[in-house]
Write a protein that binds this ligand. Sequence first.
Ligand SMILES: Cc1cc2nc3c(=O)[nH]c(=O)nc-3n(C[C@H](O)[C@H](O)[C@H](O)COP(=O)(O)OP(=O)(O)OC[C@H]3O[C@@H](n4cnc5c(N)ncnc54)[C@H](O)[C@@H]3O)c2cc1C
Length: 421
Amino acid sequence: MHVLVLGAGLAGVTSAWYLKHAGFDVSVVDRQPGPAMETSFANGGQISVSHPEPWANPGAPGTILRWLGNDAAPLRVTPRADWHQWLWAARFLRECLPWRTRRNTAAIAALARYSRECLQALRGATELDYTHARRGILHLFFDAAEVARIPARVAELAAYAIAAEACDTARCLAIEPALAHMARPPLGGIYAPDDEAGDAKEFIDALTLRLKAEGVRFHFETRVDALDHQGGLIEGVRVTRPDGSSARLDASSYVLCMGSYSPLLVAPLGERLPIYPVKGYSVSVPIVAPARAPLVSLTDEARRIVCSRLGNTLRVAGTAELNGYDLSPDPRREAAMLAWVDTHFAGATDLDAAEAWCGLRPTTPSNRPLIGKSGLLNLYYNTGHGTLGWTLACGSAAALADLMSGRRPRPDFPFLDSRFG
Ligand SMILES: Cc1cc2nc3c(=O)[nH]c(=O)nc-3n(C[C@H](O)[C@H](O)[C@H](O)COP(=O)(O)OP(=O)(O)OC[C@H]3O[C@@H](n4cnc5c(N)ncnc54)[C@H](O)[C@@H]3O)c2cc1C
């Protein structure tokens, strides 16, 4: 059976991999000249199973209110005359109810654990090199109130079968000696030893090369314009080719992996996907003093900033802006990231040579991705991975391939399929 995957980011290329290995004939289409050139381009690099709690949690409304009007806050909302934004915000607030947060966290934790296993198995089978490291993630806390909550958070992670250790300052420094150079070391931390880090773009580039060698066809620089449908069935995808000509690509089934742009394509078909673009930033800074730069991936919980060492580069990423599809960079946000590096790891990097980037996280109100069957007979979704698209990529794609093969996926997750949902 021929499957056409729409989008060649983390979700699309991993879908192509697991579908190909489940026996499907696969093609992929993307508007960019290569894979992973939009949101999957320069993310924080973390495989962070230890962060299953979504942004929508009982504490979120109070935090967001405190940050309103503060341009430097980790989250900034620019209200727009856009009912999609308001509806999404209302749904986000509903997901902050304690029982909904617990349900969402449990589902994400199950998928994330499975996904890390899938990534490790894929790596074992292919020996792909993507500057990855298995040194765990250390969550840092600089505030006494946050430190007081560490034991409860470790117990909660244990309940989701996620290994985590409560750390005092000395233990944090033992795990990551570069923290000793900080002007103000953390008061405490949570160490998740099984977490990983790696360059998502390198991973997707390498996987694409493998897929091409295995006969998967990639149509790059090809814009998807619309879906032709009749009687609840997709009949083809209308595209614009690199030379500007129009064409139609046909397949037996279609998988939508267009990230933040997924809802726009299916809205004319009456499918309403609760995905909103949430802009985030990263800076990639060359390391000049290796001993002063952290080897372990770090998360500054209060600032919502993550930091991963990718070879000779320090990748620092985070912050969130709700402002539609606007991709113009805000120099103040980039400066805040660089200031974070300078404050915590002074002299470790060449800040003048930093490369800044921003991307749109395809975010659902619950942060749970949409995986499985759409309302149309031969259209499937693997999209809406929000803050965790790298962490969840392999597991989501493996589960999708199971669903499309008529098998029940392993994780206990609300897939979009009446048989297994
Ligand atoms: C700052 C930042 C830091 C992050 N850090 C982490 C992290 O540390 N760990 C983690 O797990 N996750 C992280 N994420 C989240 C993760 O990067 C995303 O969830 C993931 O990249 C989404 O992948 P995707 O394939 O769904 O979307 P994309 O990568 O955006 O892929 C969608 C593809 O669809 C294509 N497309 C769109 N429209 C069309 C069209 N009309 N025609 C043809 N092609 C089209 C695009 O070209 C693109 O290639 C971070 C995100 C950001 C922004």
